[in-house]
Design a protein around this ligand. Structure first.
Ligand code: GRF
Length: 237
């Protein structure tokens, strides 16, 4: 098996990075984490990567100011020097030019802590709580020029409780991020994903048919068709 060479890009604590590194340590994982790149020298994740024996590199973005292309030229060189096939963004807090994104389209993943397309951008957990959703979650998607958008590879959901704060919701969502990001990378690296007009398909189908319901109510989901006709007036859909 030829393992795909992955660069993980971080700016901070790197817990998703650590989950990817741990998963890729398995012999049958189809990707190896060849490089961790941070755009901040003080990113805590850098130390975690080094401790795991992963090569790291810092490309400070601040000195480049708004000159994205100049920053990306240096980044691109590091990716080339390390023969990188795939990129995983993991809390990387810098926007890319559309040129860079298009060059890596289909080869660059991101993770966002909401069920996209709901709540892109900053404070997704606060947005979810303010909207009163009963289920939130995390999304791994291919990167496109728009922020927190792009073909969805994998999502996982958690129930939102009445007493959740942004912090408690964040902690529960982060735990499922750590589960789905390695799974999504496994699918991409093993060549099982196909992009079809902005939709990501999984070879062989993915029909788990699972149903997630929140709040849990015994009668929330009828197990069989109701015996009396409902909505006979023709209302509703
Ligand atoms: C995660 O919640 C991720 O979804 C978002 O940024 C956060 C990064 O956390 N894009 P970590 O650095 O992986 O711990």
């Amino acid at each position: 098996m030829k393992r795909r060479r992955v660069a993980i890009l971080i700016s901070g604590r790197g817990s998703n990075m650590a989950a990817l590194i741990q998963a890729a340590a398995a012999e049958d994982f189809p990707a190896e984490i060849a490089l961790v790149i941070s755009n901040r020298a003080d990113a805590v994740g850098l130390e975690k990567a080094r401790a795991a024996g992963i090569k790291t590199c810092t490309i400070e973005s601040r000195p480049f100011g708004s000159d994205r292309l100049a920053f990306e030229a240096v980044l691109e060189q590091a990716l080339k020097d390390n023969r990188i096939d795939l990129i995983c963004l993991a809390g990387f807090m810098r926007l890319f030019s559309s040129e860079f994104v298009q060059r890596w389209y289909g080869r660059m993943l991101n993770i966002h802590p909401s069920l996209l397309p709901s709540f892109p951008g900053l404070d997704p957990h606060g947005q979810a709580l303010r909207a009163g959703v009963k289920i939130s979650g995390a999304t791994v998607h291919f990167v496109v020029p728009q922020t927190d958008a792009g073909p969805i590879v994998m999502q996982a959901a958690v129930a939102v409780s009445a007493d959740d704060t942004a912090d408690t919701l964040e902690a529960r969502v982060l735990a499922i991020e750590h589960r789905i990001y390695p799974s999504a990378l496994r699918l991409l690296a093993s060549g099982r994903l196909r992009l079809e007009g902005g939709i990501c398909r999984l070879e062989g189908g993915n029909g788990s048919g699972e149903v997630l319901v929140s709040p849990a109510a015994p009668d929330a989901l009828p197990t069989k068709e109701p015996t009396t006709a409902q909505g006979a007036s023709g209302e509703g859909t």
